[in-house]
Design a protein around this ligand. Structure first.
Ligand code: WT7
Length: 570
């Protein structure tokens, strides 16, 4: 029953790929006989009933709090929250949304929600009214867990399905009306029992709803099911490289899929100790967090690493980062430059890998046992087939660009776009395949290289240019912190390349520097990919998950509507 981490970790990629079977992974779980599952049971209770009972599941700290919770603590607290929901009459399949700053209560209420079979909907705390409304309305959520501070951003009077609001922390509580009831989290938790009958689910039952933006329309609700655990468990084990004594820190917010699949599920399915740090990013805070907890595995994003690059090596030496043994990055291109920097300052390679909200789990990765080619996202996970296809679904020759597609049927694949079957079908137009709309190439050795989103590729004077290539070059220049490159319509050349850059500390905007950057790309790559225009800006618009929003820059540049900005960091 106990599936301690006894399988050896991946020793050899080719061998693992050739011999892999998801069926064998399933047998590691306790449910393979009954067929019934519950993610929260596998992530929490199973460990609470094992030798890991008193192991710390969650270390939490922010400016005001410093706490830790064992697997047993998490079991009882999430049971209690499950009972709070049951006492309100909430049933399997209903949507319970969580809209809070990072805190232990998010993790407790998420697990409690799953235990009674309801679907959890995490929302990023920085969302403003329209973004909150769109998601609660589309999902017909019946419960919202939030804080008194965030409540003014919840237009609950306009949300007829929303019946209950549970408020975490101190603050003013509005009066109940016939349409909505307010509760105080602490009070309800005190009243509820810590013994709970878990709702046993079918593997295909809904578990979590993540809203994500596409290139058109309102954000779409990507639904994942309990079955995703098979994938999240095994990828966490082999890619995060979790071992019994590891202290694992995923910096992503649970409002985004990285913060759940690999901030909650993957590590806890493996019985790992999870560090959660609240508050804002600063290099000092992050490095102190690694030092304080002796973090061994650190999962973050290129945008964070690039910001950390601004700290000079003397600054880094003030912190004891010697506990680190494995570093990972996801979400946007990890420029080769950043990998080289990581090797220099941490003495470790940052492991890039690729997946999407829609895939629910990692699809392509660099593995601890595999040689890294800096700038490449690595190779498909065992049990997953990924290929570079053309519009007709034919594999393109090695080295040529096409869409990165995944053979339909991997365990963590999204099952629905909430109330939008048409959008779902849009991903599967190539029969049997999921089309990511990411442009990529595969080299002779089977490594996959990211080239850009399909819609971002630039055609200039008949040449096809991936913005990432140009951006990677630009960030190699000592003055450049971040870069984004777009195609700008041009009557003669089709499009010209325009680059937006932000500078590292100590550099000033000047015409001379703009010219120098252009020359730098021209000299480093090729004349036709050198941006004809370079604009230095104080900041580049980004999603909360750290992706630079080229489409927003393009819209600003061309004076066009920017579309949905709800995921933009302000
Ligand atoms: C899109 C998915 C991965 C979970 C968090 C983001 C881009 C993702 C990489 C990478 C270059 C990457 C793709 C993808 N992306 N990983 N390693 N290198 N680009 O999930 O918000 O759904 O975004 O992020 O364009 O399609 P998401």
């Amino acid at each position: 029953m106990s599936h301690s981490i006894k399988q050896p970790n991946m020793q050899d990629y080719d061998e693992a790929y050739a011999n892999f079977s998801w069926k064998e992974v399933e047998e590691a779980f306790s449910w393979h006989e009954s067929g019934k599952v519950n993610m929260a049971y596998e992530a929490i209770d199973r460990h609470a009933e094992s030798f890991r009972k008193n192991k710390v599941a969650l270390y939490y700290s922010d400016e005001k709090r410093d706490e830790k919770y064992t697997f047993q603590d998490m079991k009882y607290l999430s049971n209690t929250f499950g009972n709070v929901l049951r006492n309100l009459g909430i049933e399997k399949g209903e949507r319970v949304f969580l809209f809070m700053p990072r805190s232990p209560e998010i993790y407790i209420s998420m697990m409690g929600t799953l235990k009674i079979g309801a679907i959890a909907g995490p929302l990023f705390e920085a969302f403003m009214e329209q973004a909150v409304f769109d998601r609660l309305e589309n999902s017909d959520a019946s419960v919202l867990v939030t804080t008194p501070e965030l409540l003014p951003r919840v237009p609950y009077k306009e949300l007829p399905s929303l019946k209950h609001i549970i408020l975490v922390g101190d603050g003013e509580i509005p009066n109940n009306s016939k349409d909505i009831n307010f509760y105080v989290y602490e009070q309800e938790m005190r009243k509820a029992s810590r013994e709970l009958e878990i709702e046993w689910m079918d593997r295909e039952d809904g578990m979590i709803l993540h809203y994500t933006s596409g290139s058109t329309g309102k954000p779409k609700g990507v639904l994942h099911v309990h079955n995703a655990m098979i994938h999240q468990y095994q990828t966490a084990k082999w890619i995060l490289d979790l071992k019994e004594d590891d202290i694992y820190w995923c910096t992503a917010d649970p409002g985004w899929v990285t913060g759940t699949s690999y901030g909650v599920f993957g590590p806890w399915l493996n019985g790992a100790s999870n560090v959660i740090r609240g508050g804002r990013f600063s290099p000092e805070d992050w490095y102190s967090t690694i030092e304080k907890y002796r973090v061994t595995i650190w999962y973050s994003a290129p945008t964070a690493f690039r910001r950390l690059m601004a700290v000079d090596e003397e600054g880094i030496k003030q912190f004891d980062l010697s506990s680190l043994r494995h570093i990972l990055s996801v979400g946007e291109p990890l420029n080769a430059e950043v990998v080289h920097w990581g090797r220099k300052v941490y003495g470790l390679s940052i492991h890039d890998h690729w997946w999407m909200t829609e895939t629910g789990g990692i699809i392509v990765s660099n593995y601890p046992s595999m040689e890294i080619k800096p700038g490449s996202m690595g190779k498909p996970f065992p049990g997953v087939e990924a290929a570079i296809l053309d519009g007709e679904g034919n594999e393109v020759p090695r080295g040529q660009m096409g869409h990165l597609c995944v053979k339909s049927g991997w365990p963590a694949m999204m099952r629905h776009i909430w109330k939008n079957e048409e959008k779902l079908n849009g991903y599967f137009e190539i029969p049997g395949w999921f089309d990511s709309e990411d442009l990529a190439t595969m080299d002779e050795d089977g490594y996959i290289w990211f080239e850009g989103r399909d819609d971002d590729v630039i055609l200039t004077s008949g040449e096809r240019v991936g913005p990432f290539e140009v951006e990677s070059k630009l960030v190699e220049h000592p003055s450049v912190a971040e870069a984004a490159v777009i195609g700008k319509p041009d009557p003669v050349r089709g499009e010209i390349i325009k680059a937006f850059v932000s500078l590292r500390e100590g550099y000033e905007k000047s015409d001379g520097l703009e010219k120098e950057l252009r020359e730098f790309v021209k000299k480093g790559l090729a004349a036709h990919v050198a941006p004809r225009e370079v604009e230095i800006r104080d900041f580049l618009p980004k999603t909360r998950s750290g992706k630079i929003m080229r489409r927003v820059l393009k819209a600003w540049e061309l004076d066009l509507p920017t579309g949905d900005l709800s995921t933009m960091e302000k």
